[in-house]
Design a protein around this ligand. Sequence first.
Ligand code: IPM
Ligand code: MG
Length: 368
Amino acid sequence: MKHYKIAVLAGDGIGPEITQEALKVLKVVEERNDVTFELMPALFGACAYFATGDAFPQATIDICDQADAILKGPIGLSHEESKKIPVDKQPERGALLPLRRRYNTYANFRPVSLPKALAHFSPLKPEVIGEGIDLIMVRELVGGLYFGEKEMGVNEQGLRYVRETLEYDEEQIRRIMHQAFKLAMKRRKLLHNIHKSNVLKSSVLWNEVMEEVAKEYPEVKVVNYLVDAAATALCLNPAQFDVMVMENMFGDILSDQGGGILGSLGLMPSACLGDDKAYYEPSHGSAPDIAGKNIANPYSMIGSVAMMLENSFDMADEAKNVWAAMQGVFADGFSTADLSKPGSGVKMISTVEFGDKVVEKLRAMPKV
Ligand code: IPM
Ligand code: MG
């Protein structure tokens, strides 16, 4: 019997309620497989700041250090509420970036996937979607502007100024490229390299290293795309993409656009992998405006569990079942409020009902 320790950081806003549904699914996985999960809940984000004065407290660090994998809900407060916390202690800077840095989770995989049968969820026309949307964004997660040196002050002319640095070394670029090429080899052998080398020197080095790494994967066809053009292309013809690789900031922006073309950020799970530790989180924020209403979509959180099963616990087949269970709920005509707008024909269910239905579907599936 395998045994895994999972640090559970439910986070802020809708985090706790969508995490609850993900844990229900995990429980069923435990029932169906020769595996036990030891859940280790810990405070992380604004909730941790208000309880302890620290958004990533030592007690949480200790739990994450011990864990085989970390399941993390969204964090953060509304723009107004955030102002009540000193800038450097706010959950994004005080918890999330330190988490990414501590475990060096440089490879962020963000699937953007919508089967043809669910094309009605997307704001794109059916003829644009064609056979469905199925791509993965590979985002570098611990470099670039997010982690470069920052400075704020008053300059010699008495004007307030700010300086943030975008820095990558070749090794940081090389390792994310290897991840992207390896993924491309498992899929359509097509890699879109996203850059802005017409302006940014960082992209010039990025592309240079990409070309060096590409020599090791001669079967993969590389298409170079400027990031702004890629943003348009994602709306006009998403089917041309399969694996897309990009630096941190571009990945932040384009992956939210990925949620946009699917119809909801609630459909965006992610895996953040380092060499020694991985954590899993929805790509979206904590949606404080709908928190506690039992209307949030738990798909991204349950999908993050599926990615954890596959990447951390070597349970790819059961992960497929979790995906299929969620698709099954959609196929039956149900979804949460984000995807069941009036006139859509989709029957609205709550967060808890969505989780219950996934559990029911998963229980009914043949064991692997
Ligand atoms: C994401 C989020 C984070 C990011 C925020 C919460 C700091 O938007 O994971 O995409 O910008 O990386
Ligand atoms: Mg983002």
